[in-house]
Design a protein around this ligand. Structure first.
Ligand code: GLN
Length: 203
């Protein structure tokens, strides 16, 4: 599996480490030229600072090519700031990729609870550790969005077709199960691409 990791800022190295450990081939994306000839099976948008990452995405002309790939079905895994960047609506702010039918609230837990660890049920996986660092939560999700986890009643993980998001940082917890789920999505996408290729269609 070939996974592109957006590496402009934030916690990308931890994703790369975890995915390599699970056997994926990772390449880090820092500029538009890094996309030349790329044939990814998945894309990770890490945690960090969403406003800074959005500016860099625009400035480096990465936004449109990445958005086109996501719209085309490329599996994407957005964690924390990555979730914010994928959301169609950001309370009090501007959306970036705007491809997932969710409304998010940034820095949603107040100062005292800005960073905390907990554990909660994740649909299809069971209880997972969750590390929150000035994280968002999902205020509202459209019909096509499957809610995967909640903490104190608030949505902290969800999936809409090829898009998987968590408000917490699975790459910082000693638990690989959510990354495995993402690699399963990437595997299905790769298989579909190969089937289309064998039939002679465009990939
Ligand atoms: N608070 C950050 C933002 O709004 C997200 C924090 C994180 O990714 N850990 O972008």
């Amino acid at each position: 599996m070939r996974i592109g990791i957006l590496a402009l800022q934030g916690a990308f190295a931890e994703h790369t480490g975890m995915l390599r450990h699970l056997g994926a081939e990772c390449f880090e994306i820092r500029k538009a030229a890094d996309l030349n000839g790329w044939e990814p099976d998945g894309l990770v948008i890490p945690g960090g600072e969403s406003t800074v990452m959005a500016k860099l995405l625009y400035g480096l002309k990465l936004l449109t090519p990445l958005r086109d790939k996501i719209a085309d079905g490329l599996p994407v895994f957005g964690t924390c700031a990555g979730l914010i960047l994928l959301a169609a609506r950001v309370e009090g702010g501007a959306p970036c990729f705007a491809c997932m039918d969710i409304t998010v609230k940034r820095n949603a837990y107040g100062r005292q609870l800005g960073s905390f660890e907990t554990a909660a049920q994740f649909a299809g996986i069971g209880e997972v550790p969750m590390v929150f660092i000035r994280g968002p939560y999902i205020v509202d999700a459209g019909d096509r969005v499957e809610v995967l986890a909640r903490v104190d009643g608030r949505i902290v993980a969800a999936r809409q077709e090829n898009m998987l998001v968590t408000a917490f940082h699975p790459e910082l917890a000693h638990n690989e199960r959510i990354h495995r789920l993402f690699l399963e999505m990437a595997g299905e996408y790769r298989q579909k691409k190969e089937t289309r290729g064998h039939r002679g269609g465009s990939p």
